[in-house]
Ligand binder design. Sequence first.
Ligand SMILES: NC(=O)c1ccc[n+]([C@@H]2O[C@H](COP(=O)([O-])OP(=O)(O)OC[C@H]3O[C@@H](n4cnc5c(N)ncnc54)[C@H](OP(=O)(O)O)[C@@H]3O)[C@@H](O)[C@H]2O)c1
Length: 173
Amino acid sequence: MDRVSRALAGKEILVTGATGFLGQPLLEKILWSAPDVERIHVLIRPKRPFGGEVQTPAERLRRELFQSSVFDRLRYRYGDDFERFLEQKLVAVGGDISQDRLGIDPALREELHHRIDLIINSAAVVSFDAPLDDALSLNTRGAGRVARTRKSSGQQGMGGMTFSQHQLTGAAS
Ligand SMILES: NC(=O)c1ccc[n+]([C@@H]2O[C@H](COP(=O)([O-])OP(=O)(O)OC[C@H]3O[C@@H](n4cnc5c(N)ncnc54)[C@H](OP(=O)(O)O)[C@@H]3O)[C@@H](O)[C@H]2O)c1
């Protein structure tokens, strides 16, 4: 067991932006390298696909992540137990980082405060021509909201550490 998998064993993590280009392989990498992670709470906003019905965070978790080809080597590793493994490890949390307190239901937020050891923030708007207000609301204030979520919870609370994707990719490069 390497240092990362040892550090994450038994831990609970909150990940934002997990449906994204970087968020999906990030989840896969954690589940592959640290299968003893206790749970990953995946913050997802409800979304209405063009011309379709609103999809709940739990529905999006199943459609966009459980069925994603990014998990192919996990599918191969776990075979028939693949879905059960994902169900044990991944849980959808409805939220939106552009909203106060990340838009998480207050009771759930309180519960998460006592459980989350680490937050990884990968939610962002990455389009170069996004309206400035949207980019600021998400990439600057959103990241701030995620960081404050950690601070407001004190020693026992949400996230001993918070990382944003640009810190992780910067550190890796
Ligand atoms: N792509 C790269 O090559 C690269 C390289 C280095 C660093 N990064 C950094 O990594 C981060 C993510 O980039 P990406 O390429 O993965 O972007 P992406 O594919 O556009 O994914 C963005 C993610 O953020 C979520 N999101 C957007 N607005 C949200 C909101 N208001 N509340 C909650 N979630 C929201 C999206 O969810 P929905 O599915 O609901 O839209 C999606 O999961 C950015 O900070 C970027 O700068 C990216």
